[in-house]
Design a protein around this ligand. Structure first.
Ligand SMILES: [Zn+2]
Length: 61
């Protein structure tokens, strides 16, 4: 599917970007961006973090 309204815009819109589960930063340009995924109740969950520090600070929901 081609979206005729989209230009060759490879930037992630802020509203579509993931945010860090720990500090809430929008992860549009974080080279150390971490993502973890897990399965719970037959659903795949994911959590994003700016870096390992935020990852270590996160203790789940
Ligand atoms: Zn963070």
């Amino acid at each position: 599917m081609v979206d005729p309204t989209s230009d060759l815009n490879e930037d992630i819109a802020a509203e579509d970007a993931p945010t860090c589960q720990t500090c809430g930063s929008v992860l549009t340009d974080h080279p150390e961006h971490r993502v973890i995924t897990w399965v719970e109740d037959d659903q795949v969950h994911s959590a994003h973090f700016c870096n390992d520090s935020c990852r270590m600070d996160w203790d789940g929901e």
